[in-house]
Design a protein around this ligand. Structure first.
Ligand code: SIN
Length: 489
């Protein structure tokens, strides 16, 4: 690692503005090589409890600051992040595996939430209501919810933290963040820059730990925590919701997806092919919004499959630190195993791998009987609803192509899932664009584009993909409580 500023690489937890060691440490490894990059403080529930208490104290004075003061500190944090974009991207690639250019993109994406919410914080408003009696005045105030717990995933080690911390900070809240065990270094580097930007002690606390159940359990059980924001699997989200029920917390859950990507006969292939590629293979297929099931209409199926295959053959798999690499390793051996099993199941049920289809002979020996966490970018033709790839989130670089005949049929297939996060379709007939956009049972519909993520649009799902929205002007509401004031005059 060649950082311009080596002091961005931290390995202790960050509580109350201090770097705090723990009795135990855990190793962080580079998924491309298996090499240990750092040994990080392995915090326990008692450390999390301490961080929550510190946050509760600090939050009170932070909430009393003007929104402008909070915005100015956040703006300094944003500037420092962008000034250190190259170093932050290196740290991210080394612990997570995505190609360096993609990591740099994530740093800018992550920073955009800080920039955005610094401004949104200044636009929090309340209401004055028409009273029901002459001697009454009725008002609605918006106030910070207090302390929140943020539990963040390894696939976006930077942006999923800022997407939660920035609205919290702007609203006048204080947070305790538990980053994924695989990727704590990006979180700690963000904390170092927050410290330098003048974010007061206790407003952002980072609890690094290998014991997600203990830290998550404390965050959910502790009555001082008034809100839990989680990005991750539906299975874990359900558990956190159950645990949060005891103390009746507000929750935001960004959970699993099973995104359909539909290519209609009237689609412009010169748009649909590169955009489907971008959606499917972003982060090696490891995002909750990656196209999971690609439905292609009969009349265009063969042309689309051939063109996508040509593009996939050009992708370069390898260590994300190497120039020219466009797709990195999967995060760990368990992820690789899951992807390989999904592909084997599809092949056993009649699919054909027209490109890829197996583990790639690259990388270090990571143990567990597996030689590598690289999986070849894969296209499976003749996919059917009987296969696991129809029902499950693949979370890997595998594109199953399903054939369909009519609009009604494909809308039915697309909605036939417990998930409802992102969906995509490609078509030129405007009447169809409206019809299908309205019928897809998803929180996000992306039309004629494979990438929709930014700080401006509301990100979130319906059905078992979650509750609440992140980013956008709506995201700050998740960190605010409404208070009704009835004034006798
Ligand atoms: C995710 O996969 O959880 C987030 C993806 C995004 O923000 O685009």
């Amino acid at each position: 690692m060649q950082l311009a500023d080596a002091s961005l690489l931290k390995s202790d937890a960050y509580i109350d503005g201090q770097w705090v060691a723990a009795e135990k440490r855990f190793a962080v490894t580079n998924p491309a090589t298996g090499a240990v990059i750092a040994e990080v403080a392995d915090a326990d529930a008692a450390m999390a409890r301490h961080a929550i208490e510190v946050a509760a104290k600090a939050q009170k004075s932070w909430a009393r600051e003007t929104a402008k003061t909070r915005a100015m500190i956040m703006r300094d944090w944003f500037n420092l992040i962008m000034q250190n974009q190259d170093d932050l991207a290196q740290i991210l690639t080394l612990e997570m595996g995505k190609p360096l250019a993609e990591a740099k993109g994530e740093i800018a994406y992550g920073a955009s939430f800080i920039d955005w919410f610094a401004e949104e914080g200044r636009r929090i408003t309340g209401d004055i209501l028409m009273p029901h009696q002459h001697d009454k005045r009725l008002m609605v105030l918006k106030q910070p919810i207090g302390v929140y717990g943020a539990i963040t995933p390894w696939n976006f080690p930077n942006a999923m933290i800022t997407r939660k911390v920035a609205p919290g900070m702007a609203a006048g809240c204080a947070g305790v963040v538990k980053p994924a065990q695989q990727t704590p270094l990006s979180a700690l580097a963000l904390a170092e820059l927050a410290h330098r930007a003048g974010v007061p002690a206790g407003i952002v606390n980072i609890i690094t730990s290998s014991d997600a159940a203990a830290i998550g359990g404390e965050l959910c059980a502790n009555a001082l925590v008034r809100k839990i924001s989680f990005t991750g699997s539906t299975e874990v989200g359900r558990r956190l919701m159950q645990q949060s029920a005891e103390t009746v917390k507000k929750v935001s859950m960004e959970l699993g997806g099973n995104a359909p990507l539909i290519v209609f006969d009237d689609a412009d292939l010169s748009v649909a092919v590169p955009e489907a590629l971008a959606s499917k293979f972003r982060n090696a297929g490891q995002t909750c919004v990656c196209a999971n099931r690609i439905f292609v209409q009969d009349g265009i199926y063969d042309d689309f499959a051939a063109a996508l295959t040509e593009e996939v053959k050009k992708m370069r798999l390898g260590d994300g630190m190497e120039a020219g690499v466009t797709i990195g390793p999967l995060i760990d051996a368990a992820a690789l195993e899951k992807v390989a099993e999904c592909v084997e199941d599809a092949l056993a049920h009649g699919a054909e791998a027209v490109v890829g289809g197996k583990r790639a002979d690259l990388g270090a020996d990571l143990g567990a009987g597996l030689e590598t966490t690289f999986f070849e970018p894969t296209i499976l033709t003749d996919a059917t609803p009987k296969m696991r790839v129809f029902r499950e989130e693949i979370f890997g670089p595998v594109a199953p192509l399903f054939r369909f005949k009519s609009e009604d049929e494909v809308v039915g297939l697309a909605n036939d899932t417990i998930f409802g996060l992102a969906s995509y379709f490609f078509a030129r007939d405007m009447a169809r664009v409206w019809r299908v956009a309205e019928q897809l049972d998803y929180g996000i519909v992306s039309v004629n584009t494979g990438i929709f993520s930014n700080e401006i649009g509301p990100f979130g799902g319906v059905k078992q993909s979650g509750v609440g929205r992140e980013g956008s002007r709506y995201g700050i509401d998740e960190y605010l409580e409404m208070k009704y004031v009835c004034l006798g005059v």
